[in-house]
Design a protein. Structure first.
Lengths: 211, 211
DNA sequence: TGGCTTCTGTAACAATTGTCACGGAAGTGC
DNA sequence: GCACTTCCGTGACAATTGTTACAGAAGCCA
């Protein structure tokens, strides 16, 4: 699809100055990606920084044994800090990015990311804000795993999921949760049952309703 | 102490161009901080970005119950990503920075951090490299706590400590380790004893020797 | 309908981690 | 020396998390 200044103006309302929007429209590529598709995998290089317009993306961290733990979500108007460092440092990715909800995004070529930084202060601000937000997300994640037990972690996991997909009924299996939390299915089933008994959730096949 | 271009030249060998070194000498403040002193605590603001010349600093993350877990170390020629985001975003600190080994550092006023970014590409590079290194450190930390058991974590904890202070004999109590790993002293004592039995370390009062 | 796969529940047990309680060892100051 | 503090070791037990094994429920498809 063609990217127009008007469209960008509407989406990024007031965040960037007009001249930047014009350049954005010129070099940015409007892309879509369906749920489940991979934006990047560990070891790959990336040559453009995506800004998420709508939908959500989950950032996962793999270990050697093939497990993949969830780090955090990207949502509306978020950009990926990893892609920034990867691009600017020409480094391989250390994470996996999977589309959670169908995504519309604008991809910015890496040269522009760099160039604009000095030309547009709003862009520079955006880049640093991105770093900061990702840093905070990671810190929250660290907090969770260091200081909290699995039952609490499970609850906040579900809450973040609800926030990211904006619906009270999650379509997910126990197995998938276990994967993202780096534990086993049985443990998750056990804890979910516990949450159901205390009336905090309702369980259905392939679904979990938050109450 | 007076900061001279020559001194900076020697320390930062070839990393920055000469004009930048001159400005650095002009506005940077050479500071020292003894082991145990705090560079920043949660909730405080910071108005300059420190570049560590020598010594080491540990970055800790507190939780509500007063525990403080170790995130990672800063060492020679590292700068703190947190201080960058705090400065540039004028935000409160979310972490604690404690001097581990006596530190010599150059403090850069926040306005310059920003200003130089566009004027000196080596500075921009340095800033982004800093972000990247801190991000990687955090990811490693996340890996540890998500995927590894306490005995493995303890071993890598000791190894990183050795690397950061560059000596094979660590001066530390079990209690302190427990604090930094967010567990209890008894657990650490138990695991350390285990490591001693398998010949990986030697235990003494207030000291642990890596073998 | 019947066979198949996937998902969930659960019991039983193992391993890991956390807590409590206590005693002794090592250092410090007098 | 003695009192005192800090640090370390350890047993016993509790709580949490991980593993194994199996059964039934729910959906899919011929």
């Amino acid at each position: 699809m063609k990217l127009t200044t008007d469209y960008l103006q509407k989406i990024l309302q007031g965040r960037f100055e007009h001249t930047l929007l014009e350049e954005l429209a010129l070099v940015g590529q409007l892309k879509t990606a369906p749920a489940g598709s991979y934006l990047i995998r560990p070891g790959e290089y990336i040559r453009s920084v995506p800004i998420i317009i709508s939908g959500s993306v989950k950032i996962m961290r793999p270990d050697k044994e093939g497990r993949e733990a969830l780090l955090y979500y990207l949502g509306g108007l978020d950009a990926c800090a990893m892609s920034l460092t990867c691009c600017l440092g020409n480094k391989q990715s250390e994470i996996t990015a999977v589309v959670e909800e169908d995504v519309v995004m604008v991809a910015i070529p890496v040269e522009k990311v760099d160039e604009w930084m000095c030309r547009f202060s709003t862009w520079k601000q955006f880049v640093f804000q991105t770093y900061q937000k990702r840093f905070d997300s990671l810190l929250e994640t660290v907090d969770e795993v260091i200081f909290h037990k699995l039952d609490e972690r499970l609850l906040t996991y579900l809450q973040k999921k609800v926030a990211s997909c904006q619906c009270r009924v999650l379509s997910i299996t126990h197995e998938e949760i276990a994967g993202e939390m780096a534990t086993s299915r049985e443990v998750i089933s056990r804890l979910l049952k516990q949450l159901e008994r205390t009336g905090q959730i309702k369980l259905m096949r392939n679904k979990i309703e938050m109450v």
